[in-house]
Design a protein around this ligand. Structure first.
Ligand code: NAP
Length: 355
Protein backbone atom coordinates (compact mmCIF):
# COMPACT_ATOMS: atom_id res chain seq x y z
CA UNK A 1 0.00 0.00 0.00
CA UNK A 2 2.68 2.47 1.01
CA UNK A 3 5.08 1.96 -1.88
CA UNK A 4 2.31 2.38 -4.43
CA UNK A 5 1.06 5.52 -2.78
CA UNK A 6 4.50 7.05 -2.54
CA UNK A 7 5.01 6.50 -6.25
CA UNK A 8 1.75 8.18 -7.11
CA UNK A 9 2.65 11.26 -5.10
CA UNK A 10 6.12 11.56 -6.55
CA UNK A 11 4.76 11.30 -10.07
CA UNK A 12 2.28 14.10 -9.45
CA UNK A 13 4.82 16.33 -7.76
CA UNK A 14 7.28 15.69 -10.55
CA UNK A 15 4.72 16.70 -13.19
CA UNK A 16 3.92 19.92 -11.34
CA UNK A 17 7.56 21.01 -11.34
CA UNK A 18 8.35 19.95 -14.90
CA UNK A 19 5.35 21.64 -16.51
CA UNK A 20 7.06 25.03 -17.22
CA UNK A 21 9.98 23.34 -18.96
CA UNK A 22 7.62 21.63 -21.42
CA UNK A 23 5.91 24.93 -22.11
CA UNK A 24 9.15 26.74 -22.93
CA UNK A 25 10.23 23.85 -25.06
CA UNK A 26 7.20 24.06 -27.30
CA UNK A 27 7.79 27.81 -27.87
CA UNK A 28 11.50 27.62 -28.59
CA UNK A 29 11.55 24.46 -30.59
CA UNK A 30 14.07 22.68 -28.39
CA UNK A 31 13.48 22.15 -24.72
CA UNK A 32 16.55 22.77 -22.60
CA UNK A 33 17.09 19.58 -20.64
CA UNK A 34 16.62 20.61 -17.08
CA UNK A 35 17.93 18.25 -14.48
CA UNK A 36 15.10 16.05 -13.33
CA UNK A 37 14.15 17.23 -9.84
CA UNK A 38 14.49 14.68 -7.09
CA UNK A 39 11.23 13.88 -5.29
CA UNK A 40 12.59 15.37 -2.05
CA UNK A 41 13.15 18.70 -3.80
CA UNK A 42 9.56 18.76 -5.06
CA UNK A 43 8.28 18.47 -1.49
CA UNK A 44 9.99 21.77 -0.71
CA UNK A 45 8.57 23.56 -3.74
CA UNK A 46 4.92 22.65 -3.42
CA UNK A 47 2.65 24.68 -1.18
CA UNK A 48 -0.16 22.46 -0.07
CA UNK A 49 -3.70 23.53 0.68
CA UNK A 50 -4.48 20.64 3.00
CA UNK A 51 -2.03 18.23 4.60
CA UNK A 52 -3.57 15.36 6.52
CA UNK A 53 -1.33 13.75 9.10
CA UNK A 54 -2.32 10.13 9.44
CA UNK A 55 -3.92 7.55 7.17
CA UNK A 56 -6.35 5.74 9.45
CA UNK A 57 -10.13 6.02 9.25
CA UNK A 58 -10.05 9.68 10.27
CA UNK A 59 -7.28 10.70 7.88
CA UNK A 60 -8.56 8.86 4.83
CA UNK A 61 -12.15 10.04 5.33
CA UNK A 62 -10.84 13.61 5.64
CA UNK A 63 -8.88 12.94 2.43
CA UNK A 64 -12.00 11.75 0.63
CA UNK A 65 -13.98 14.84 1.56
CA UNK A 66 -11.12 17.28 0.93
CA UNK A 67 -10.43 15.63 -2.43
CA UNK A 68 -14.06 15.89 -3.47
CA UNK A 69 -13.86 19.58 -2.53
CA UNK A 70 -11.07 19.82 -5.11
CA UNK A 71 -8.37 20.57 -2.55
CA UNK A 72 -5.99 17.76 -3.69
CA UNK A 73 -5.09 16.88 -0.09
CA UNK A 74 -1.76 15.32 0.72
CA UNK A 75 -2.01 12.46 3.22
CA UNK A 76 1.10 11.54 5.19
CA UNK A 77 0.77 7.93 6.21
CA UNK A 78 3.12 7.87 9.20
CA UNK A 79 4.91 4.64 10.00
CA UNK A 80 1.73 2.57 9.90
CA UNK A 81 -0.13 3.19 6.63
CA UNK A 82 -3.83 2.61 7.19
CA UNK A 83 -3.46 3.10 10.94
CA UNK A 84 -4.17 0.71 13.78
CA UNK A 85 -7.18 -0.84 12.07
CA UNK A 86 -4.87 -2.59 9.61
CA UNK A 87 -3.78 -4.78 12.53
CA UNK A 88 -7.36 -5.95 13.20
CA UNK A 89 -8.37 -9.20 11.58
CA UNK A 90 -12.09 -8.57 11.17
CA UNK A 91 -14.12 -5.41 11.73
CA UNK A 92 -17.72 -6.33 12.52
CA UNK A 93 -19.12 -2.95 13.48
CA UNK A 94 -18.33 -0.75 10.49
CA UNK A 95 -21.68 -0.01 8.80
CA UNK A 96 -22.17 -1.38 5.32
CA UNK A 97 -20.40 -4.71 5.83
CA UNK A 98 -22.98 -7.19 7.13
CA UNK A 99 -20.45 -10.03 7.17
CA UNK A 100 -17.64 -7.89 8.57
CA UNK A 101 -14.57 -6.72 6.68
CA UNK A 102 -10.85 -7.23 7.20
CA UNK A 103 -9.18 -4.21 8.82
CA UNK A 104 -6.52 -4.04 6.11
CA UNK A 105 -9.09 -4.39 3.34
CA UNK A 106 -11.26 -1.64 4.79
CA UNK A 107 -8.36 0.78 4.90
CA UNK A 108 -7.23 -0.16 1.41
CA UNK A 109 -10.72 0.56 0.12
CA UNK A 110 -10.78 3.91 1.92
CA UNK A 111 -7.46 4.88 0.38
CA UNK A 112 -8.57 3.90 -3.13
CA UNK A 113 -11.79 5.88 -2.70
CA UNK A 114 -9.91 9.02 -1.60
CA UNK A 115 -7.34 8.64 -4.39
CA UNK A 116 -10.09 8.31 -6.99
CA UNK A 117 -11.00 11.94 -6.28
CA UNK A 118 -7.43 13.25 -6.28
CA UNK A 119 -6.06 12.66 -2.80
CA UNK A 120 -2.32 11.93 -2.75
CA UNK A 121 -1.17 9.43 -0.18
CA UNK A 122 2.52 9.58 0.62
CA UNK A 123 4.51 7.30 2.83
CA UNK A 124 6.04 9.90 5.10
CA UNK A 125 6.68 10.48 8.77
CA UNK A 126 6.21 13.80 10.50
CA UNK A 127 9.32 14.84 12.40
CA UNK A 128 8.40 18.36 13.47
CA UNK A 129 5.61 20.88 13.06
CA UNK A 130 5.69 24.66 13.29
CA UNK A 131 2.13 25.88 13.64
CA UNK A 132 3.11 29.31 14.98
CA UNK A 133 2.62 31.14 11.68
CA UNK A 134 1.03 30.80 8.25
CA UNK A 135 1.82 28.92 6.14
CA UNK A 136 2.41 26.09 8.58
CA UNK A 137 5.71 24.29 8.14
CA UNK A 138 5.90 20.54 8.65
CA UNK A 139 9.13 18.58 8.54
CA UNK A 140 8.56 15.30 6.80
CA UNK A 141 11.41 12.83 6.51
CA UNK A 142 13.91 15.64 6.83
CA UNK A 143 12.26 17.98 4.33
CA UNK A 144 10.16 21.08 5.02
CA UNK A 145 6.62 21.12 3.66
CA UNK A 146 4.43 24.23 3.64
CA UNK A 147 0.68 24.09 3.93
CA UNK A 148 -2.26 26.40 4.46
CA UNK A 149 -4.23 23.96 6.60
CA UNK A 150 -3.40 20.87 8.61
CA UNK A 151 -5.73 18.08 9.63
CA UNK A 152 -4.20 16.16 12.51
CA UNK A 153 -5.44 12.57 12.34
CA UNK A 154 -2.37 10.98 13.85
CA UNK A 155 -4.26 8.38 15.87
CA UNK A 156 -2.87 6.63 18.89
CA UNK A 157 -0.15 4.08 19.59
CA UNK A 158 -0.13 1.08 21.91
CA UNK A 159 0.19 1.75 25.63
CA UNK A 160 3.10 -0.10 27.24
CA UNK A 161 3.21 -1.68 30.68
CA UNK A 162 6.38 0.25 31.40
CA UNK A 163 8.46 -2.73 32.51
CA UNK A 164 12.16 -2.97 31.70
CA UNK A 165 11.71 -6.64 30.78
CA UNK A 166 8.89 -5.64 28.41
CA UNK A 167 11.22 -3.35 26.46
CA UNK A 168 14.04 -5.89 26.41
CA UNK A 169 11.83 -8.71 25.14
CA UNK A 170 9.82 -6.71 22.61
CA UNK A 171 9.67 -8.72 19.37
CA UNK A 172 11.21 -11.64 21.24
CA UNK A 173 7.88 -12.90 22.48
CA UNK A 174 6.41 -9.59 23.68
CA UNK A 175 4.09 -8.00 21.15
CA UNK A 176 1.24 -5.51 20.87
CA UNK A 177 -0.55 -7.10 17.93
CA UNK A 178 -1.93 -10.61 17.83
CA UNK A 179 -3.08 -10.23 14.23
CA UNK A 180 0.42 -9.30 13.16
CA UNK A 181 2.39 -11.83 15.20
CA UNK A 182 0.03 -14.51 16.53
CA UNK A 183 0.76 -17.02 13.78
CA UNK A 184 4.54 -16.99 14.37
CA UNK A 185 5.95 -20.49 14.95
CA UNK A 186 7.21 -19.58 18.47
CA UNK A 187 3.62 -19.17 19.64
CA UNK A 188 2.16 -22.34 18.06
CA UNK A 189 0.70 -24.82 20.55
CA UNK A 190 2.19 -22.86 23.45
CA UNK A 191 0.51 -21.18 26.42
CA UNK A 192 0.11 -17.45 25.72
CA UNK A 193 -0.71 -14.45 27.91
CA UNK A 194 -2.85 -11.50 26.91
CA UNK A 195 -2.80 -8.48 29.23
CA UNK A 196 -5.86 -6.19 29.41
CA UNK A 197 -9.59 -6.31 29.89
CA UNK A 198 -10.96 -4.21 27.03
CA UNK A 199 -12.33 -5.08 23.60
CA UNK A 200 -8.82 -5.26 22.16
CA UNK A 201 -7.58 -7.71 24.80
CA UNK A 202 -10.60 -9.97 24.35
CA UNK A 203 -10.32 -9.90 20.57
CA UNK A 204 -6.61 -10.63 20.74
CA UNK A 205 -7.28 -13.54 23.10
CA UNK A 206 -9.97 -14.94 20.81
CA UNK A 207 -7.71 -14.67 17.80
CA UNK A 208 -4.84 -16.36 19.63
CA UNK A 209 -6.96 -19.42 20.47
CA UNK A 210 -6.26 -20.45 16.85
CA UNK A 211 -2.56 -20.83 17.62
CA UNK A 212 -1.86 -21.20 21.34
CA UNK A 213 -2.52 -24.26 23.49
CA UNK A 214 -4.17 -22.00 26.10
CA UNK A 215 -4.65 -18.24 26.33
CA UNK A 216 -4.49 -16.59 29.77
CA UNK A 217 -6.28 -13.25 29.92
CA UNK A 218 -4.57 -11.30 32.69
CA UNK A 219 -6.68 -8.38 33.90
CA UNK A 220 -6.13 -6.02 36.82
CA UNK A 221 -9.77 -6.14 37.91
CA UNK A 222 -12.40 -8.87 38.27
CA UNK A 223 -14.67 -7.59 35.47
CA UNK A 224 -13.90 -6.96 31.84
CA UNK A 225 -14.21 -3.50 30.35
CA UNK A 226 -14.95 -4.99 26.91
CA UNK A 227 -18.41 -4.68 25.34
CA UNK A 228 -20.76 -7.45 26.48
CA UNK A 229 -20.85 -9.34 23.19
CA UNK A 230 -17.05 -9.50 22.94
CA UNK A 231 -16.57 -10.25 26.67
CA UNK A 232 -19.12 -13.09 26.56
CA UNK A 233 -17.45 -14.55 23.51
CA UNK A 234 -14.05 -14.50 25.22
CA UNK A 235 -15.21 -15.87 28.57
CA UNK A 236 -17.17 -18.70 27.01
CA UNK A 237 -14.21 -19.87 24.93
CA UNK A 238 -12.74 -23.02 26.55
CA UNK A 239 -9.22 -22.03 25.46
CA UNK A 240 -9.35 -18.67 27.27
CA UNK A 241 -8.71 -18.65 31.01
CA UNK A 242 -9.13 -15.32 32.82
CA UNK A 243 -6.64 -14.40 35.53
CA UNK A 244 -8.47 -11.77 37.58
CA UNK A 245 -7.15 -8.98 39.79
CA UNK A 246 -3.64 -9.50 38.55
CA UNK A 247 -0.87 -7.41 37.07
CA UNK A 248 2.30 -8.48 35.31
CA UNK A 249 5.30 -7.32 37.34
CA UNK A 250 8.00 -8.91 35.17
CA UNK A 251 8.28 -10.73 31.88
CA UNK A 252 10.72 -13.63 31.92
CA UNK A 253 13.35 -14.37 30.85
CA UNK A 254 15.62 -11.50 29.83
CA UNK A 255 18.72 -13.66 30.39
CA UNK A 256 17.51 -16.24 27.88
CA UNK A 257 16.51 -13.42 25.50
CA UNK A 258 13.04 -14.93 24.99
CA UNK A 259 9.70 -15.12 26.74
CA UNK A 260 9.32 -18.07 29.06
CA UNK A 261 6.69 -16.73 31.45
CA UNK A 262 5.39 -13.83 33.51
CA UNK A 263 5.58 -12.94 37.16
CA UNK A 264 2.15 -11.90 38.44
CA UNK A 265 0.92 -10.02 41.47
CA UNK A 266 -2.62 -10.31 42.75
CA UNK A 267 -3.61 -6.72 43.50
CA UNK A 268 -6.10 -7.77 46.20
CA UNK A 269 -3.91 -10.20 48.14
CA UNK A 270 -0.41 -9.08 47.03
CA UNK A 271 0.31 -12.77 46.38
CA UNK A 272 2.96 -13.39 43.72
CA UNK A 273 2.86 -16.21 41.22
CA UNK A 274 4.52 -17.36 38.02
CA UNK A 275 2.81 -18.35 34.82
CA UNK A 276 4.70 -20.07 32.06
CA UNK A 277 4.07 -18.85 28.50
CA UNK A 278 5.83 -18.37 25.18
CA UNK A 279 4.28 -15.03 24.32
CA UNK A 280 2.90 -11.92 25.99
CA UNK A 281 0.37 -9.89 24.02
CA UNK A 282 -0.19 -6.48 25.58
CA UNK A 283 -3.54 -4.83 24.85
CA UNK A 284 -4.00 -2.20 27.55
CA UNK A 285 -5.19 0.73 25.50
CA UNK A 286 -3.57 3.51 23.58
CA UNK A 287 -1.63 6.75 23.87
CA UNK A 288 -2.42 9.59 21.44
CA UNK A 289 0.28 10.37 18.86
CA UNK A 290 0.40 14.09 19.49
CA UNK A 291 3.91 14.70 20.78
CA UNK A 292 4.88 16.94 17.83
CA UNK A 293 2.11 19.38 18.67
CA UNK A 294 2.80 19.67 22.39
CA UNK A 295 2.90 23.31 23.43
CA UNK A 296 1.34 24.44 20.13
CA UNK A 297 -2.15 22.95 20.31
CA UNK A 298 -4.46 22.71 23.31
CA UNK A 299 -4.44 19.18 24.71
CA UNK A 300 -5.47 17.46 27.91
CA UNK A 301 -3.10 15.91 30.44
CA UNK A 302 -3.11 12.57 28.60
CA UNK A 303 -2.09 14.26 25.33
CA UNK A 304 -5.48 14.15 23.56
CA UNK A 305 -6.02 17.24 21.44
CA UNK A 306 -9.01 19.25 22.63
CA UNK A 307 -11.30 19.97 19.68
CA UNK A 308 -13.09 23.29 19.53
CA UNK A 309 -16.49 23.63 17.84
CA UNK A 310 -16.38 20.16 16.31
CA UNK A 311 -13.16 19.62 14.41
CA UNK A 312 -11.38 22.95 14.89
CA UNK A 313 -8.52 23.53 17.34
CA UNK A 314 -7.26 26.60 19.15
CA UNK A 315 -5.02 27.32 16.11
CA UNK A 316 -6.96 28.69 13.11
CA UNK A 317 -6.32 26.48 10.07
CA UNK A 318 -5.48 23.40 12.14
CA UNK A 319 -8.19 20.77 12.47
CA UNK A 320 -8.29 17.46 14.25
CA UNK A 321 -10.00 14.09 13.83
CA UNK A 322 -9.97 10.58 15.21
CA UNK A 323 -8.29 8.83 18.12
CA UNK A 324 -5.73 11.60 18.76
CA UNK A 325 -8.65 13.76 19.91
CA UNK A 326 -11.05 11.14 21.24
CA UNK A 327 -10.48 9.51 24.60
CA UNK A 328 -14.11 8.37 24.75
CA UNK A 329 -15.50 6.57 21.68
CA UNK A 330 -12.39 5.55 19.69
CA UNK A 331 -14.31 3.63 17.05
CA UNK A 332 -13.56 3.36 13.35
CA UNK A 333 -16.89 4.93 12.50
CA UNK A 334 -16.54 7.85 14.94
CA UNK A 335 -13.03 8.52 13.61
CA UNK A 336 -14.39 8.51 10.06
CA UNK A 337 -17.14 10.96 11.08
CA UNK A 338 -14.60 13.27 12.68
CA UNK A 339 -12.45 13.08 9.54
CA UNK A 340 -15.41 14.17 7.45
CA UNK A 341 -16.09 17.10 9.80
CA UNK A 342 -12.43 18.17 9.78
CA UNK A 343 -12.30 18.26 5.97
CA UNK A 344 -15.51 20.27 5.75
CA UNK A 345 -14.12 22.73 8.32
CA UNK A 346 -10.82 23.00 6.42
CA UNK A 347 -12.69 23.73 3.20
CA UNK A 348 -14.78 26.43 4.89
CA UNK A 349 -11.67 27.95 6.41
CA UNK A 350 -9.95 28.13 3.01
CA UNK A 351 -13.11 29.55 1.41
CA UNK A 352 -13.17 32.18 4.17
CA UNK A 353 -9.60 33.15 3.18
CA UNK A 354 -10.78 33.45 -0.43
CA UNK A 355 -8.78 30.36 -1.55
P1 NAP B 1 -9.50 0.15 26.61
O1 NAP B 1 -10.95 -0.01 26.35
O2 NAP B 1 -8.99 1.45 27.11
O3 NAP B 1 -9.07 -1.00 27.60
C1 NAP B 1 -7.79 -1.06 28.13
C2 NAP B 1 -7.73 -2.19 29.14
O4 NAP B 1 -6.41 -2.29 29.62
C3 NAP B 1 -8.65 -1.96 30.33
O5 NAP B 1 -9.26 -3.16 30.70
C4 NAP B 1 -7.69 -1.46 31.39
O6 NAP B 1 -8.06 -1.84 32.68
C5 NAP B 1 -6.41 -2.16 31.02
N1 NAP B 1 -5.23 -1.36 31.39
C6 NAP B 1 -4.95 -0.07 31.11
N2 NAP B 1 -3.75 0.27 31.56
C7 NAP B 1 -3.24 -0.83 32.16
C8 NAP B 1 -2.03 -1.10 32.82
N3 NAP B 1 -1.07 -0.17 32.95
N4 NAP B 1 -1.82 -2.33 33.31
C9 NAP B 1 -2.76 -3.29 33.18
N5 NAP B 1 -3.95 -3.11 32.55
C10 NAP B 1 -4.18 -1.87 32.05
O7 NAP B 1 -8.62 -0.15 25.30
P2 NAP B 1 -8.95 -1.11 24.06
O8 NAP B 1 -9.40 -2.42 24.48
O9 NAP B 1 -7.73 -1.02 23.19
O10 NAP B 1 -10.13 -0.40 23.31
C11 NAP B 1 -9.97 0.95 22.88
C12 NAP B 1 -11.27 1.41 22.22
O11 NAP B 1 -11.41 0.71 21.00
C13 NAP B 1 -12.50 1.11 23.06
O12 NAP B 1 -13.41 2.16 22.90
C14 NAP B 1 -13.04 -0.16 22.48
O13 NAP B 1 -14.42 -0.30 22.62
C15 NAP B 1 -12.64 0.02 21.01
N6 NAP B 1 -12.47 -1.28 20.36
C16 NAP B 1 -13.58 -1.85 19.84
C17 NAP B 1 -13.52 -3.08 19.26
C18 NAP B 1 -14.77 -3.68 18.72
O14 NAP B 1 -15.82 -3.07 18.88
N7 NAP B 1 -14.75 -4.80 18.08
C19 NAP B 1 -12.30 -3.77 19.18
C20 NAP B 1 -11.17 -3.18 19.75
C21 NAP B 1 -11.28 -1.94 20.35
P3 NAP B 1 -9.37 -1.23 33.38
O15 NAP B 1 -10.53 -1.92 32.75
O16 NAP B 1 -9.16 -1.58 34.81
O17 NAP B 1 -9.32 0.23 33.13
Amino acid sequence: MSARSGLIFEELADKAVRAPARHFGSQLGKAPRLPRPRPETTLRILMEKVVIIGSGCAGLTAALYAARANLQPLVLTGTQPGGLLTTTSIVENYPGFPDGVGGYELMERMQKQAERFGARVKFGTLEAADLSQQPFVLTVDGEPLETETVIIASGAGHRHLGLESETKLENKGVTYCATCDGALPIFRNQPLVVVGGGDSACEEALYLTRFGSMVYLVHRRDALRASKIVADRALSNPKIKPVWDSVVTEILDVKQDKVTGVRLKNVKTDAESMLGCAGVFIAIGHVPNTQFFKGQIAMDDAGYIIPKKGAATNVPGVFVAGDCADPVYRQAITAAGMGCAAAIEAERYLTGLGK
